[in-house]
Design a protein around this ligand. Structure first.
Ligand code: ZN
Ligand code: ZN
Length: 135
């Protein structure tokens, strides 16, 4: 892959960065960036996913794929928690990551690749919403 950045990609990264705490579908991104063609949005998202700038995730009950910006270097140091209900990604505390991975290494002799590992579940606010709904 070439190192230089094309204009649409730069624009896309700026956009994703300013929405770092949100998960966005490709359709949503394309809508917010009318100056980039839809096919370029998809193409660039695929490239950014490959180099770890964005993470692709699925939400339960939705066929759409969502993307979230990852701070590449910081995010190599900790695990991520992905909520299956709202699709949000949470960045686990580094010390917490360390403690968890240490115990896995000790008990199972297994070294977890933290940059690539996502734990799926339901986040606190989604759990609270469920409770409120009386589910
Ligand atoms: Zn992270
Ligand atoms: Zn959630």
């Amino acid at each position: 892959m070439q190192a230089y950045m094309t204009q649409p990609r730069k624009r896309l990264i700026t956009y994703l960065h300013s929405h770092a705490d949100e998960t966005l579908s490709a359709g949503q991104i394309a809508q917010d960036l009318p100056e980039i063609s839809v096919s370029a949005v998809y193409r660039n998202l695929a490239a950014l996913e490959q180099d770890g700038t964005v993470r692709k995730m699925a939400k339960s009950g939705s066929r759409e794929v969502f993307y979230q910006y990852m701070k590449a270097e910081e995010c190599q140091a900790h695990l991520h928690l992905s909520c299956k209900s709202c699709g949000k990604t949470f960045h686990m505390d580094e010390a917490e990551t360390e403690a968890l991975l240490e115990s896995i290494a000790r008990l199972d002799g297994f070294t977890v690749d933290r940059g690539d590992t996502v734990l799926y579940g339901v986040c606190e606010s989604c759990q609270n919403n469920k409770r409120r709904d009386g589910e």
